[in-house]
Design a protein around this ligand. Structure first.
Ligand code: ADP
Length: 494
């Protein structure tokens, strides 16, 4: 059902555009034909006015239209007839000074106007350079026609005008006849061929265009229906390529946003589940000891009271650390923590960190060594985040190494950057577990004092922000070594 609808959209679009296109082409053809025939007719008229410009003058000078102030009808009829026999397309009139028709040679019913507009006649007589003037056509007062005109004077006094319509009724009907053959010759061949070629070409181009449009419509529909892998692939490059590329880019953006929303949502669910799970055990312990203290306050020895209070304090500290770690990791994962890069001395940072851990190591009976070469270059990183990485790694090293063991930290500058190494002679990690220790909540048969498996996940995320990775080499019961590389900056001598 959806498919037929989809195909119909493109088809109906094709036919609609095709119909509009054909209509436009036909209108353009008709307009062209009209202009062409009209221009040709005007050309013929202009030519006849040029050729027979002096005809009226000639008639006026060879006839005497007025005798003793009266119209010389007999002579006029004879002259007019002669002229019209000689050139059947002309019609001759005698006008008075105001343009009223005094005499003509034709059946009376044919002449419909009584007066001729004098304005074109004056223009014709005053300016002989004008090539084309239209005046009244007495047989067809609604049309205008080309003419020749001349003054009729007797003893120097203006008596009237000889007015000759040059392309008269006869001529017009011949032109009408010619129009047929003109159309067949010019319009029928040249025009029709041009029109047909344009139509065929136009329809082919239109078909190609709607084919691509069809593809785009299909992909957009698939995407809307949930196929987020749907992308437009056009076979030919054209006007729609940009549209297709823009759609593909938009689809990529939407998909990446959807994935981001999904991962944030997943994270949120995990966070809630894990927080409630991880808090339950320490909170239950805290509650248990607090209740014992409250109920058995009087029967407990002073020593027991101190022990329980210490356990409760330790418990709350663990809960606090757990909550802090969870929030830090989730912020890192949802990219809400941004690294603030700056140049600083890792050697100095490490010296500070080492001072704190040397004490803890001493308490646990672990040898704690730091190897920091002199004149190390600065590194370009986020100082607070790298401090956190070092603390998490050293925390683990001390946590998983037993009395008599050794924890060593080493800095080493090479051509790739600053290599940082935290090694211990502790518990070690089985090889098959090593790939997973950086995942959140991943703990490898950890002893009781182990945390909740967030430390290394935080380390990895922070190093990802610094576009670097961490490497682990470890053997059970021999120890572990964590190494990573940080970018250095060239030492400045200024
Ligand atoms: P935890 O809070 O449990 O220490 P981590 O993410 O820091 O979580 O470490 C994940 C797991 O990797 C630990 O539970 C432990 O099994 C293992 N691990 C990490 N560091 C060491 C180490 N230095 N020696 C041995 N095992 C380690």
């Amino acid at each position: 059902m959806g498919k037929t609808k989809k195909v119909n959209i493109a088809r109906s679009l094709y036919w609609r555009i095709a119909a509009v296109f054909l209509l436009t082409m036909s209108c353009a053809g008709a307009i062209f034909m009209y202009i062409a025939t009209d221009t040709a007719e005007m050309y013929f008229k202009e030519a006849s006015q040029n050729m027979d410009r002096d005809l009226a003058d000639h008639i006026a000078s060879h006839t005497e239209p007025f005798v003793n102030g009266e119209i010389n009808k007999a002579e006029l009829d004879k002259t007019f007839e002669n002229v019209m026999i000689y050139n059947s397309s002309t019609e001759v009139y005698l006008l008075d000074q105001s343009g009223t028709i005094l005499s003509y040679y034709a059946p009376k019913s044919k002449v419909k106007a009584e007066k001729v507009d004098m304005e074109p006649i004056h223009q014709f007589l005053s300016d002989t350079t004008v090539q084309f003037i239209l005046g009244t056509d007495p047989r067809h007062p609604e049309d205008q026609n080309v003419f020749s005109a001349a003054e009729v004077r007797q003893d120097g006094t203006l008596q009237g005008y000889i007015y000759v319509v040059l392309a008269g009724e006869e001529y017009t009907s011949v032109v009408d006849l010619l129009k047929g053959s003109y159309f067949v010759r010019l319009g029928g061949k040249g025009m029709l061929i041009t029109l047909l070629a344009s139509v065929v070409l136009g329809l082919v181009v239109l078909r190609l265009l709607t084919l691509n449009l069809n593809r785009i419509v299909a992909v957009v529909r698939r995407f809307r229906e949930g196929d987020h892998d749907a992308r437009i692939e056009l076979q030919s490059k054209g006007e729609l390529t940009q549209l297709a590329e823009d759609f593909n880019e938009m689809a990529d953006t939407i998909v990446s946003h959807i994935n981001e929303i999904k991962s944030v949502e997943q994270l949120r669910r995990e966070l809630i589940a894990n927080v409630s799970h991880d808090l339950r055990t320490p909170l239950a312990a805290i509650q248990g000891y607090a209740e014992t203290l409250a109920i058995k306050r009087d029967s407990l020895t002073e020593e027991q009271k101190i022990k329980y209070t210490t356990i409760i304090l330790q418990g709350t500290e663990n809960v606090k650390k757990l909550v802090d770690d969870l929030f830090e990791l989730s912020k890192l994962e949802t990219k809400q923590i941004e690294a603030h890069f700056e140049n600083f001395s890792l050697a100095e940072l490490l010296t500070d960190v080492a001072t704190k851990y040397a004490l803890i190591a001493k308490k646990k009976g672990i040898q704690f060594d730091t190897t920091i070469p002199r004149d190390l270059p600065m590194i370009y990183a986020d100082i607070a985040l790298i401090d956190r990485v070092m603390q998490n790694l050293i925390d683990n090293a001390l946590k998983y190494t037993s009395e008599g063991g050794r924890v060593a930290i080493q800095l080493n500058s090479n051509s790739k950057g600053m290599e940082v190494m935290v090694a211990d002679t502790g518990l070690g990690i089985p090889e098959d577990q090593q790939p997973y220790i950086f995942d959140r909540y991943q703990q490898v048969g950890a002893p009781k004092e182990a945390g909740i498996g967030l430390g290394l996940a935080i380390v990895k995320k922070i190093l990802e922000l610094h576009q670097t990775d961490i490497l682990v080499e470890s053997k059970p019961n021999e120890g572990s070594r964590f190494t990573f590389l940080l970018p250095t900056v060239a030492p400045s001598f200024s």
